[in-house]
Write a protein that binds this ligand. Structure first.
Ligand SMILES: CCCCCCCC/C=C\CCCCCCCC(=O)NCC(=O)O
Length: 572
Protein backbone atom coordinates (compact mmCIF):
# COMPACT_ATOMS: atom_id res chain seq x y z
CA UNK A 1 0.00 0.00 0.00
CA UNK A 2 2.76 2.46 1.06
CA UNK A 3 4.77 1.44 -1.99
CA UNK A 4 1.80 2.13 -4.24
CA UNK A 5 1.25 5.54 -2.63
CA UNK A 6 4.93 6.41 -2.98
CA UNK A 7 5.01 5.34 -6.63
CA UNK A 8 1.89 7.42 -7.36
CA UNK A 9 3.37 10.51 -5.69
CA UNK A 10 6.65 10.07 -7.59
CA UNK A 11 4.83 9.55 -10.89
CA UNK A 12 2.72 12.68 -10.30
CA UNK A 13 5.80 14.71 -9.41
CA UNK A 14 7.62 13.43 -12.51
CA UNK A 15 4.60 14.28 -14.69
CA UNK A 16 4.43 17.75 -13.15
CA UNK A 17 8.13 18.41 -13.73
CA UNK A 18 7.96 16.99 -17.25
CA UNK A 19 5.08 19.32 -18.08
CA UNK A 20 6.85 22.27 -16.46
CA UNK A 21 10.06 21.47 -18.34
CA UNK A 22 8.37 20.99 -21.74
CA UNK A 23 6.34 24.24 -21.41
CA UNK A 24 9.53 26.07 -20.44
CA UNK A 25 11.49 24.47 -23.33
CA UNK A 26 8.79 25.52 -25.81
CA UNK A 27 8.92 29.06 -24.44
CA UNK A 28 12.75 29.06 -24.64
CA UNK A 29 12.56 28.20 -28.35
CA UNK A 30 10.18 31.15 -28.90
CA UNK A 31 12.42 33.46 -26.89
CA UNK A 32 15.52 32.44 -28.84
CA UNK A 33 13.74 33.37 -32.07
CA UNK A 34 12.87 36.78 -30.59
CA UNK A 35 16.54 37.27 -29.67
CA UNK A 36 17.53 36.53 -33.28
CA UNK A 37 15.07 39.14 -34.54
CA UNK A 38 16.25 41.72 -32.04
CA UNK A 39 19.89 41.11 -32.88
CA UNK A 40 19.07 41.48 -36.57
CA UNK A 41 17.40 44.80 -35.74
CA UNK A 42 20.51 45.88 -33.86
CA UNK A 43 22.75 44.87 -36.80
CA UNK A 44 20.53 47.01 -39.05
CA UNK A 45 20.86 49.96 -36.70
CA UNK A 46 24.68 49.59 -36.66
CA UNK A 47 24.62 49.46 -40.47
CA UNK A 48 22.51 52.62 -40.57
CA UNK A 49 24.89 54.45 -38.20
CA UNK A 50 27.89 53.31 -40.28
CA UNK A 51 26.34 54.58 -43.50
CA UNK A 52 25.46 57.87 -41.85
CA UNK A 53 28.98 58.24 -40.38
CA UNK A 54 30.54 57.59 -43.78
CA UNK A 55 28.77 60.65 -45.19
CA UNK A 56 31.15 62.83 -43.17
CA UNK A 57 34.65 63.48 -44.53
CA UNK A 58 37.47 62.01 -42.45
CA UNK A 59 39.18 65.35 -41.82
CA UNK A 60 36.10 66.99 -40.29
CA UNK A 61 35.38 63.85 -38.30
CA UNK A 62 38.90 63.67 -36.87
CA UNK A 63 38.72 67.33 -35.93
CA UNK A 64 35.40 66.96 -34.09
CA UNK A 65 36.44 63.63 -32.58
CA UNK A 66 39.46 65.19 -30.89
CA UNK A 67 37.49 67.93 -29.11
CA UNK A 68 36.90 68.04 -25.38
CA UNK A 69 33.32 68.46 -24.17
CA UNK A 70 33.59 72.25 -23.67
CA UNK A 71 35.19 72.73 -27.11
CA UNK A 72 32.51 70.65 -28.81
CA UNK A 73 29.79 72.58 -27.02
CA UNK A 74 31.40 75.89 -27.95
CA UNK A 75 31.82 74.83 -31.60
CA UNK A 76 28.15 73.89 -31.83
CA UNK A 77 27.09 77.15 -30.21
CA UNK A 78 29.30 79.31 -32.43
CA UNK A 79 28.28 77.42 -35.55
CA UNK A 80 31.77 76.19 -36.52
CA UNK A 81 30.41 72.66 -36.04
CA UNK A 82 27.03 71.53 -37.35
CA UNK A 83 24.76 69.21 -35.36
CA UNK A 84 24.72 66.62 -38.13
CA UNK A 85 28.53 66.51 -38.23
CA UNK A 86 28.64 66.07 -34.46
CA UNK A 87 26.12 63.22 -34.58
CA UNK A 88 27.92 61.49 -37.46
CA UNK A 89 31.23 61.79 -35.63
CA UNK A 90 29.74 60.21 -32.53
CA UNK A 91 28.01 57.48 -34.54
CA UNK A 92 31.48 56.66 -35.87
CA UNK A 93 33.17 56.80 -32.45
CA UNK A 94 30.47 54.64 -30.86
CA UNK A 95 30.71 52.02 -33.62
CA UNK A 96 34.44 51.73 -32.96
CA UNK A 97 34.02 51.59 -29.18
CA UNK A 98 31.24 49.03 -29.58
CA UNK A 99 33.47 46.71 -31.62
CA UNK A 100 35.81 46.58 -28.66
CA UNK A 101 33.26 46.46 -25.83
CA UNK A 102 29.82 45.38 -27.09
CA UNK A 103 28.30 48.32 -25.24
CA UNK A 104 25.63 49.44 -27.72
CA UNK A 105 22.05 48.13 -27.74
CA UNK A 106 20.66 50.34 -30.51
CA UNK A 107 21.71 53.40 -32.43
CA UNK A 108 19.00 56.04 -32.45
CA UNK A 109 18.26 56.57 -36.13
CA UNK A 110 16.17 59.70 -35.54
CA UNK A 111 19.31 61.42 -34.20
CA UNK A 112 20.27 62.20 -37.82
CA UNK A 113 16.94 63.85 -38.50
CA UNK A 114 16.88 65.78 -35.18
CA UNK A 115 20.38 67.09 -35.93
CA UNK A 116 19.36 68.26 -39.40
CA UNK A 117 16.25 69.96 -37.97
CA UNK A 118 18.38 71.87 -35.43
CA UNK A 119 20.82 72.87 -38.19
CA UNK A 120 17.90 74.12 -40.27
CA UNK A 121 16.55 76.19 -37.36
CA UNK A 122 20.00 77.65 -36.72
CA UNK A 123 20.00 79.17 -40.22
CA UNK A 124 17.53 81.77 -38.95
CA UNK A 125 19.60 84.69 -37.54
CA UNK A 126 16.85 85.28 -34.95
CA UNK A 127 17.13 81.73 -33.62
CA UNK A 128 18.47 81.46 -30.09
CA UNK A 129 20.35 78.20 -29.62
CA UNK A 130 19.44 76.21 -26.50
CA UNK A 131 22.33 75.44 -24.13
CA UNK A 132 22.87 71.81 -25.20
CA UNK A 133 22.46 72.60 -28.89
CA UNK A 134 23.56 69.59 -30.97
CA UNK A 135 25.33 67.72 -28.15
CA UNK A 136 25.29 63.97 -28.83
CA UNK A 137 24.35 62.04 -25.69
CA UNK A 138 24.23 58.32 -24.90
CA UNK A 139 21.40 56.85 -22.80
CA UNK A 140 21.34 53.74 -20.63
CA UNK A 141 18.86 51.36 -22.25
CA UNK A 142 16.34 51.57 -19.41
CA UNK A 143 15.89 55.35 -19.77
CA UNK A 144 12.50 55.75 -21.51
CA UNK A 145 13.08 56.95 -25.08
CA UNK A 146 10.05 57.19 -27.32
CA UNK A 147 10.00 54.52 -30.04
CA UNK A 148 12.68 52.37 -28.39
CA UNK A 149 12.53 49.33 -26.11
CA UNK A 150 13.46 49.47 -22.46
CA UNK A 151 14.11 45.73 -22.11
CA UNK A 152 16.32 45.88 -18.99
CA UNK A 153 17.86 42.76 -20.52
CA UNK A 154 14.64 40.71 -20.59
CA UNK A 155 13.82 39.03 -23.91
CA UNK A 156 10.10 39.23 -23.06
CA UNK A 157 10.31 43.05 -23.08
CA UNK A 158 11.74 43.37 -26.59
CA UNK A 159 9.57 44.81 -29.34
CA UNK A 160 7.53 46.87 -26.86
CA UNK A 161 8.75 50.37 -27.68
CA UNK A 162 7.85 53.04 -25.15
CA UNK A 163 5.35 55.68 -26.23
CA UNK A 164 6.59 58.58 -24.13
CA UNK A 165 10.02 60.00 -23.40
CA UNK A 166 11.10 60.20 -19.76
CA UNK A 167 10.78 63.74 -18.38
CA UNK A 168 14.59 64.00 -18.45
CA UNK A 169 14.71 62.94 -22.12
CA UNK A 170 11.96 65.46 -22.99
CA UNK A 171 14.05 68.12 -21.29
CA UNK A 172 17.26 67.06 -23.02
CA UNK A 173 15.59 67.20 -26.41
CA UNK A 174 14.16 70.64 -25.58
CA UNK A 175 17.62 71.82 -24.52
CA UNK A 176 19.04 70.71 -27.87
CA UNK A 177 20.84 67.50 -26.84
CA UNK A 178 20.66 64.61 -29.29
CA UNK A 179 20.31 61.07 -27.89
CA UNK A 180 22.13 58.97 -30.50
CA UNK A 181 22.69 55.59 -28.86
CA UNK A 182 21.25 53.29 -26.18
CA UNK A 183 23.73 51.38 -24.02
CA UNK A 184 23.75 47.93 -22.49
CA UNK A 185 22.64 46.78 -19.01
CA UNK A 186 22.64 43.54 -17.01
CA UNK A 187 19.43 41.51 -17.10
CA UNK A 188 17.13 42.84 -14.33
CA UNK A 189 19.42 45.88 -13.70
CA UNK A 190 20.04 44.53 -10.23
CA UNK A 191 23.65 43.58 -10.74
CA UNK A 192 26.97 45.32 -11.14
CA UNK A 193 28.11 43.31 -14.15
CA UNK A 194 26.70 43.95 -17.61
CA UNK A 195 25.27 41.00 -19.51
CA UNK A 196 21.89 39.90 -20.82
CA UNK A 197 20.53 37.33 -23.26
CA UNK A 198 19.30 39.97 -25.71
CA UNK A 199 22.43 42.02 -26.40
CA UNK A 200 25.14 39.87 -24.81
CA UNK A 201 27.98 40.80 -22.49
CA UNK A 202 29.66 44.20 -22.34
CA UNK A 203 33.42 44.06 -21.84
CA UNK A 204 35.86 46.29 -20.05
CA UNK A 205 37.80 48.21 -22.73
CA UNK A 206 41.12 47.17 -21.13
CA UNK A 207 40.38 43.45 -20.84
CA UNK A 208 37.60 41.41 -22.44
CA UNK A 209 37.54 38.95 -19.54
CA UNK A 210 36.48 41.68 -17.09
CA UNK A 211 33.29 43.67 -16.68
CA UNK A 212 32.94 47.40 -17.19
CA UNK A 213 30.65 47.30 -14.15
CA UNK A 214 26.91 47.67 -13.96
CA UNK A 215 24.22 48.26 -14.25
CA UNK A 216 25.28 51.32 -16.30
CA UNK A 217 28.11 49.21 -17.75
CA UNK A 218 27.25 49.97 -21.37
CA UNK A 219 27.70 53.65 -20.55
CA UNK A 220 31.01 53.25 -18.72
CA UNK A 221 32.44 51.01 -21.46
CA UNK A 222 31.31 53.33 -24.25
CA UNK A 223 32.54 56.49 -22.52
CA UNK A 224 35.90 55.05 -21.50
CA UNK A 225 36.43 53.63 -25.01
CA UNK A 226 35.77 57.16 -26.33
CA UNK A 227 32.42 56.38 -27.96
CA UNK A 228 30.45 58.97 -25.98
CA UNK A 229 31.30 62.30 -24.41
CA UNK A 230 28.37 62.39 -21.95
CA UNK A 231 25.87 59.72 -20.98
CA UNK A 232 22.97 59.12 -18.63
CA UNK A 233 23.16 56.17 -16.25
CA UNK A 234 20.93 55.06 -13.39
CA UNK A 235 21.78 53.89 -9.87
CA UNK A 236 19.89 52.07 -7.12
CA UNK A 237 22.85 50.44 -5.41
CA UNK A 238 25.97 51.61 -7.21
CA UNK A 239 25.07 51.32 -10.88
CA UNK A 240 26.63 54.66 -11.83
CA UNK A 241 29.46 54.72 -9.29
CA UNK A 242 30.83 51.17 -9.68
CA UNK A 243 31.06 51.25 -13.51
CA UNK A 244 32.77 54.65 -13.27
CA UNK A 245 35.25 53.35 -10.70
CA UNK A 246 36.00 50.28 -12.82
CA UNK A 247 36.67 52.23 -16.01
CA UNK A 248 38.29 55.44 -14.76
CA UNK A 249 35.30 57.58 -15.69
CA UNK A 250 33.30 59.80 -13.36
CA UNK A 251 29.62 60.03 -12.50
CA UNK A 252 27.18 61.14 -9.85
CA UNK A 253 23.93 59.74 -8.57
CA UNK A 254 21.94 62.69 -7.28
CA UNK A 255 19.46 62.20 -4.47
CA UNK A 256 16.32 60.79 -6.12
CA UNK A 257 14.45 63.88 -4.94
CA UNK A 258 16.01 66.05 -7.63
CA UNK A 259 14.78 64.23 -10.75
CA UNK A 260 11.41 63.09 -11.99
CA UNK A 261 10.46 59.43 -11.92
CA UNK A 262 7.31 59.78 -14.00
CA UNK A 263 6.98 56.78 -16.29
CA UNK A 264 10.36 55.39 -15.26
CA UNK A 265 10.45 51.72 -14.33
CA UNK A 266 13.55 50.66 -12.37
CA UNK A 267 14.60 47.12 -11.62
CA UNK A 268 11.72 46.48 -9.19
CA UNK A 269 8.57 48.62 -9.29
CA UNK A 270 6.93 49.56 -5.98
CA UNK A 271 10.13 50.14 -4.05
CA UNK A 272 9.44 53.07 -1.79
CA UNK A 273 12.62 53.56 0.23
CA UNK A 274 15.64 52.47 -1.79
CA UNK A 275 15.65 55.13 -4.36
CA UNK A 276 17.08 54.89 -7.82
CA UNK A 277 18.05 57.91 -9.83
CA UNK A 278 19.46 58.93 -13.18
CA UNK A 279 22.76 60.75 -13.29
CA UNK A 280 25.45 61.94 -15.69
CA UNK A 281 28.57 59.94 -16.56
CA UNK A 282 31.60 61.22 -18.48
CA UNK A 283 35.39 61.46 -18.35
CA UNK A 284 35.48 64.84 -16.57
CA UNK A 285 33.72 66.10 -13.44
CA UNK A 286 33.10 69.46 -15.13
CA UNK A 287 31.11 67.74 -17.88
CA UNK A 288 28.81 66.30 -15.22
CA UNK A 289 28.65 69.72 -13.56
CA UNK A 290 27.72 71.39 -16.84
CA UNK A 291 24.98 68.83 -17.40
CA UNK A 292 23.40 69.27 -13.95
CA UNK A 293 23.83 73.04 -13.99
CA UNK A 294 21.88 73.10 -17.26
CA UNK A 295 19.03 70.75 -16.37
CA UNK A 296 18.58 72.38 -12.96
CA UNK A 297 18.89 75.93 -14.28
CA UNK A 298 15.16 76.43 -13.76
CA UNK A 299 12.13 74.61 -12.36
CA UNK A 300 11.09 73.02 -15.67
CA UNK A 301 11.27 69.51 -14.18
CA UNK A 302 8.91 70.48 -11.34
CA UNK A 303 6.50 71.94 -13.87
CA UNK A 304 6.33 68.52 -15.57
CA UNK A 305 6.27 66.61 -12.31
CA UNK A 306 4.85 68.26 -9.18
CA UNK A 307 6.53 65.63 -7.01
CA UNK A 308 9.98 67.07 -7.73
CA UNK A 309 10.78 69.92 -5.33
CA UNK A 310 11.64 73.15 -7.15
CA UNK A 311 15.32 73.18 -6.20
CA UNK A 312 17.55 74.79 -8.81
CA UNK A 313 21.33 74.55 -9.33
CA UNK A 314 23.28 76.25 -6.53
CA UNK A 315 26.32 77.79 -8.21
CA UNK A 316 27.37 79.44 -4.94
CA UNK A 317 27.74 76.06 -3.26
CA UNK A 318 29.70 74.64 -6.20
CA UNK A 319 32.03 77.64 -6.47
CA UNK A 320 32.33 78.19 -2.70
CA UNK A 321 35.82 78.36 -1.21
CA UNK A 322 34.57 77.66 2.31
CA UNK A 323 36.77 74.95 3.82
CA UNK A 324 34.81 71.80 4.52
CA UNK A 325 34.80 69.12 7.18
CA UNK A 326 34.83 65.71 5.54
CA UNK A 327 34.44 62.36 7.29
CA UNK A 328 36.43 59.55 5.72
CA UNK A 329 36.72 55.78 6.07
CA UNK A 330 38.68 53.11 4.25
CA UNK A 331 36.81 50.17 5.74
CA UNK A 332 33.09 50.07 6.57
CA UNK A 333 33.45 47.23 9.06
CA UNK A 334 31.57 44.84 6.81
CA UNK A 335 33.86 44.20 3.80
CA UNK A 336 37.49 45.31 4.00
CA UNK A 337 38.43 46.59 0.55
CA UNK A 338 41.58 45.34 -1.20
CA UNK A 339 44.64 47.49 -0.38
CA UNK A 340 44.52 49.54 -3.59
CA UNK A 341 40.95 50.72 -2.87
CA UNK A 342 42.06 51.86 0.59
CA UNK A 343 45.15 53.59 -0.83
CA UNK A 344 42.91 55.55 -3.24
CA UNK A 345 40.91 56.95 -0.29
CA UNK A 346 44.09 57.94 1.57
CA UNK A 347 45.42 59.72 -1.53
CA UNK A 348 42.16 61.59 -2.02
CA UNK A 349 42.22 62.51 1.68
CA UNK A 350 45.70 63.98 1.25
CA UNK A 351 44.60 65.99 -1.80
CA UNK A 352 41.66 67.43 0.13
CA UNK A 353 43.80 68.23 3.15
CA UNK A 354 46.31 69.97 0.89
CA UNK A 355 43.40 72.05 -0.38
CA UNK A 356 42.71 73.16 3.20
CA UNK A 357 39.79 70.93 4.18
CA UNK A 358 39.60 69.09 7.48
CA UNK A 359 39.32 65.32 7.26
CA UNK A 360 38.24 63.29 10.25
CA UNK A 361 37.79 59.55 10.64
CA UNK A 362 34.11 58.68 10.44
CA UNK A 363 32.44 55.34 9.96
CA UNK A 364 28.67 55.05 9.41
CA UNK A 365 27.27 52.96 12.25
CA UNK A 366 26.24 49.29 11.95
CA UNK A 367 27.01 48.77 8.24
CA UNK A 368 26.43 44.96 8.37
CA UNK A 369 22.85 45.68 9.53
CA UNK A 370 22.52 48.44 6.94
CA UNK A 371 23.40 45.99 4.18
CA UNK A 372 20.66 43.64 5.31
CA UNK A 373 18.18 46.54 5.33
CA UNK A 374 19.41 47.55 1.89
CA UNK A 375 19.09 44.08 0.35
CA UNK A 376 15.68 43.53 1.92
CA UNK A 377 14.31 46.86 0.75
CA UNK A 378 15.96 46.81 -2.69
CA UNK A 379 14.39 43.44 -3.52
CA UNK A 380 11.16 44.32 -1.63
CA UNK A 381 9.37 40.99 -2.16
CA UNK A 382 12.39 38.69 -1.59
CA UNK A 383 13.07 38.62 -5.32
CA UNK A 384 9.58 37.33 -6.29
CA UNK A 385 8.97 39.97 -8.95
CA UNK A 386 12.36 39.33 -10.54
CA UNK A 387 12.34 35.54 -10.26
CA UNK A 388 8.86 35.43 -11.88
CA UNK A 389 10.16 37.51 -14.77
CA UNK A 390 13.34 35.45 -15.03
CA UNK A 391 11.44 32.15 -15.07
CA UNK A 392 9.61 33.42 -18.13
CA UNK A 393 12.83 34.41 -19.88
CA UNK A 394 16.23 33.17 -20.99
CA UNK A 395 18.33 33.60 -17.86
CA UNK A 396 21.76 35.11 -18.40
CA UNK A 397 24.35 32.57 -17.11
CA UNK A 398 26.33 35.41 -15.49
CA UNK A 399 23.37 36.03 -13.19
CA UNK A 400 22.90 32.41 -12.10
CA UNK A 401 24.21 32.70 -8.50
CA UNK A 402 21.95 35.64 -7.76
CA UNK A 403 18.96 33.97 -9.42
CA UNK A 404 19.42 30.80 -7.38
CA UNK A 405 19.38 32.92 -4.23
CA UNK A 406 16.11 34.53 -5.28
CA UNK A 407 14.61 31.10 -6.07
CA UNK A 408 15.37 29.42 -2.72
CA UNK A 409 12.29 29.89 -0.48
CA UNK A 410 13.00 32.38 2.30
CA UNK A 411 12.16 29.87 5.04
CA UNK A 412 14.74 27.48 3.57
CA UNK A 413 17.30 30.34 3.42
CA UNK A 414 16.66 31.07 7.10
CA UNK A 415 16.94 27.40 8.03
CA UNK A 416 20.21 26.96 6.11
CA UNK A 417 21.55 30.23 7.53
CA UNK A 418 21.98 28.75 11.00
CA UNK A 419 24.32 26.04 9.62
CA UNK A 420 26.14 28.21 7.12
CA UNK A 421 26.82 30.79 9.84
CA UNK A 422 29.17 28.27 11.53
CA UNK A 423 31.73 28.21 8.67
CA UNK A 424 30.82 31.35 6.66
CA UNK A 425 29.36 33.82 9.19
CA UNK A 426 29.00 36.75 6.81
CA UNK A 427 26.90 34.76 4.31
CA UNK A 428 24.97 33.17 7.17
CA UNK A 429 24.00 36.64 8.39
CA UNK A 430 23.04 37.92 4.94
CA UNK A 431 20.84 34.89 4.42
CA UNK A 432 18.39 36.66 6.73
CA UNK A 433 18.15 39.54 4.30
CA UNK A 434 15.17 38.51 2.17
CA UNK A 435 11.87 39.37 3.79
CA UNK A 436 9.59 36.71 5.20
CA UNK A 437 6.57 38.88 5.80
CA UNK A 438 5.05 42.33 5.42
CA UNK A 439 5.58 42.83 9.14
CA UNK A 440 9.31 42.31 8.69
CA UNK A 441 9.34 44.58 5.66
CA UNK A 442 7.49 47.34 7.51
CA UNK A 443 9.93 47.05 10.39
CA UNK A 444 12.79 47.38 7.93
CA UNK A 445 11.25 50.53 6.46
CA UNK A 446 10.98 51.91 9.99
CA UNK A 447 14.62 50.97 10.61
CA UNK A 448 15.72 52.74 7.42
CA UNK A 449 13.89 55.90 8.43
CA UNK A 450 15.46 55.70 11.89
CA UNK A 451 18.90 55.18 10.33
CA UNK A 452 18.43 58.27 8.14
CA UNK A 453 17.63 60.30 11.26
CA UNK A 454 20.60 58.85 13.12
CA UNK A 455 23.03 59.71 10.29
CA UNK A 456 21.59 63.21 9.95
CA UNK A 457 22.13 63.79 13.67
CA UNK A 458 25.67 62.38 13.58
CA UNK A 459 26.71 64.57 10.67
CA UNK A 460 25.00 67.70 12.01
CA UNK A 461 26.44 67.24 15.51
CA UNK A 462 29.97 66.82 14.18
CA UNK A 463 29.43 69.49 11.50
CA UNK A 464 30.43 67.07 8.76
CA UNK A 465 29.68 68.35 5.24
CA UNK A 466 30.52 65.24 3.23
CA UNK A 467 31.88 61.71 3.35
CA UNK A 468 34.82 60.15 1.50
CA UNK A 469 35.17 56.37 1.15
CA UNK A 470 35.86 53.55 -1.32
CA UNK A 471 33.38 52.95 -4.15
CA UNK A 472 33.72 49.21 -3.88
CA UNK A 473 36.13 46.53 -2.67
CA UNK A 474 38.14 45.58 -5.77
CA UNK A 475 39.30 46.78 -9.20
CA UNK A 476 37.15 45.71 -12.18
CA UNK A 477 36.03 42.11 -11.63
CA UNK A 478 35.81 39.17 -14.04
CA UNK A 479 32.30 38.99 -15.55
CA UNK A 480 31.10 36.16 -13.34
CA UNK A 481 32.19 37.61 -9.97
CA UNK A 482 29.62 40.40 -9.24
CA UNK A 483 26.70 38.00 -9.03
CA UNK A 484 28.60 36.05 -6.35
CA UNK A 485 29.98 39.15 -4.65
CA UNK A 486 26.80 41.19 -4.18
CA UNK A 487 28.01 41.68 -0.59
CA UNK A 488 30.53 44.14 -2.02
CA UNK A 489 27.81 46.73 -2.59
CA UNK A 490 27.81 47.91 1.04
CA UNK A 491 29.87 51.02 0.11
CA UNK A 492 27.39 52.20 -2.52
CA UNK A 493 24.06 50.79 -1.31
CA UNK A 494 24.26 52.76 1.94
CA UNK A 495 23.97 56.05 0.05
CA UNK A 496 20.87 54.87 -1.81
CA UNK A 497 19.41 53.84 1.52
CA UNK A 498 20.22 57.32 2.86
CA UNK A 499 19.18 58.91 -0.46
CA UNK A 500 22.36 61.02 -0.46
CA UNK A 501 24.08 62.43 -3.52
CA UNK A 502 27.06 60.19 -4.25
CA UNK A 503 29.65 60.31 -6.97
CA UNK A 504 32.73 58.46 -8.06
CA UNK A 505 35.96 59.95 -9.38
CA UNK A 506 39.19 58.33 -10.51
CA UNK A 507 42.20 58.69 -8.22
CA UNK A 508 44.79 56.11 -9.16
CA UNK A 509 45.65 52.88 -10.97
CA UNK A 510 46.67 49.49 -9.64
CA UNK A 511 50.46 49.19 -9.31
CA UNK A 512 52.87 46.30 -8.84
CA UNK A 513 53.18 47.33 -5.19
CA UNK A 514 49.38 47.09 -4.79
CA UNK A 515 49.53 43.52 -6.08
CA UNK A 516 52.30 42.70 -3.60
CA UNK A 517 50.24 44.27 -0.78
CA UNK A 518 47.25 42.22 -1.89
CA UNK A 519 49.31 39.04 -1.53
CA UNK A 520 50.88 39.92 1.81
CA UNK A 521 48.20 41.99 3.63
CA UNK A 522 44.83 40.84 2.38
CA UNK A 523 43.60 37.79 4.15
CA UNK A 524 41.33 35.40 2.23
CA UNK A 525 39.55 34.58 5.47
CA UNK A 526 36.23 33.55 3.93
CA UNK A 527 34.99 32.67 0.41
CA UNK A 528 34.00 36.30 -0.35
CA UNK A 529 37.42 37.61 0.67
CA UNK A 530 39.03 34.79 -1.32
CA UNK A 531 36.99 35.74 -4.38
CA UNK A 532 37.84 39.43 -4.00
CA UNK A 533 41.53 38.55 -3.66
CA UNK A 534 41.65 36.09 -6.59
CA UNK A 535 39.68 38.39 -8.84
CA UNK A 536 41.98 41.33 -8.08
CA UNK A 537 45.05 39.47 -9.32
CA UNK A 538 46.28 40.61 -12.73
CA UNK A 539 44.78 44.10 -12.61
CA UNK A 540 47.94 46.23 -12.81
CA UNK A 541 47.06 49.45 -14.63
CA UNK A 542 43.32 49.26 -13.91
CA UNK A 543 41.72 52.49 -12.65
CA UNK A 544 40.57 52.93 -9.05
CA UNK A 545 38.09 55.58 -7.94
CA UNK A 546 36.85 56.97 -4.66
CA UNK A 547 33.37 57.92 -3.58
CA UNK A 548 32.16 61.28 -2.25
CA UNK A 549 28.72 61.56 -0.66
CA UNK A 550 26.64 64.44 0.69
CA UNK A 551 23.12 64.70 2.11
CA UNK A 552 20.25 65.38 -0.34
CA UNK A 553 20.17 68.79 -2.09
CA UNK A 554 23.95 69.13 -1.65
CA UNK A 555 24.89 67.66 -5.05
CA UNK A 556 26.83 70.85 -5.78
CA UNK A 557 29.09 70.30 -2.75
CA UNK A 558 29.58 66.66 -3.72
CA UNK A 559 30.65 67.75 -7.22
CA UNK A 560 32.90 70.48 -5.84
CA UNK A 561 34.81 67.90 -3.77
CA UNK A 562 34.97 65.48 -6.70
CA UNK A 563 36.33 68.28 -8.88
CA UNK A 564 38.99 69.17 -6.28
CA UNK A 565 40.08 65.54 -6.12
CA UNK A 566 40.21 65.33 -9.91
CA UNK A 567 42.27 68.52 -10.08
CA UNK A 568 44.65 67.19 -7.42
CA UNK A 569 45.10 63.98 -9.43
CA UNK A 570 45.32 65.29 -12.98
CA UNK A 571 46.50 68.89 -12.45
CA UNK A 572 43.73 70.09 -14.78
C1 LIG B 1 21.99 35.18 0.64
C2 LIG B 1 20.76 35.92 0.83
C3 LIG B 1 19.99 36.13 -0.38
C4 LIG B 1 20.26 37.47 -0.91
C5 LIG B 1 19.97 37.50 -2.35
C6 LIG B 1 20.34 38.82 -2.82
C7 LIG B 1 20.58 38.81 -4.28
C8 LIG B 1 21.25 40.08 -4.65
C9 LIG B 1 20.32 41.19 -4.67
C10 LIG B 1 20.70 42.39 -4.85
C11 LIG B 1 22.08 42.78 -5.11
C12 LIG B 1 22.15 44.25 -5.25
C13 LIG B 1 23.25 44.60 -6.18
C14 LIG B 1 23.05 46.04 -6.57
C15 LIG B 1 23.97 46.39 -7.72
C16 LIG B 1 23.65 47.73 -8.29
C17 LIG B 1 22.39 47.71 -9.01
C18 LIG B 1 21.86 49.06 -9.46
O1 LIG B 1 22.19 50.11 -8.98
N1 LIG B 1 20.89 48.95 -10.38
C19 LIG B 1 20.17 50.04 -10.94
C20 LIG B 1 18.70 49.80 -10.98
O2 LIG B 1 18.24 48.78 -10.48
O3 LIG B 1 17.98 50.68 -11.49
Amino acid sequence: MILLLLTTVLALAAAYFYRFWSVREKRQVELRKIVERKRAERAESVKFAKQSAEKLDVETRNKIASLEYSELKEGLQSGTISCIDAVRTYYFKAIQANEKTNSVCMFVKEAEQWAMEWDEKAKDPEFKKPPMFGLPMSLKECVPLQGYDQTRGFVQDTFHPTETDAVLVQQLKKLGAIPYVQTNVPQSLLSYNCSNPVFGTTNHPMDKSRTSGGSSGGESALISADGSILGIGGDVGGSIRIPCAYTGTTGIKPSHLRFSHRGVCGSVPGRPLINSNDGPMSTRVETNVDFLRTVWADTWITEQDPYVPPVTWNEEAYKSDKKLKIGYYTDDGWFTPTPVCQRAVMEAKQILEDAGHTLIPFRPPRVPEVLIMFLRAVCVDAGKFLSNKLMNDIIDPLLYTQVVLWMVPVRVQRFLASFIRVFFPRLGNLMNAMTLSTVELRNTYADIEAYRSEMAALMIDQKIDALLCPVTVTPALPHVAPSKLFAGTSYTGIFNLLDYAAGSVNVTHVTKQDELDLESDYEASDPWYALAKNSSRGTIGFPIGVQVATPPYREETCLRIMREIEFGVTGK
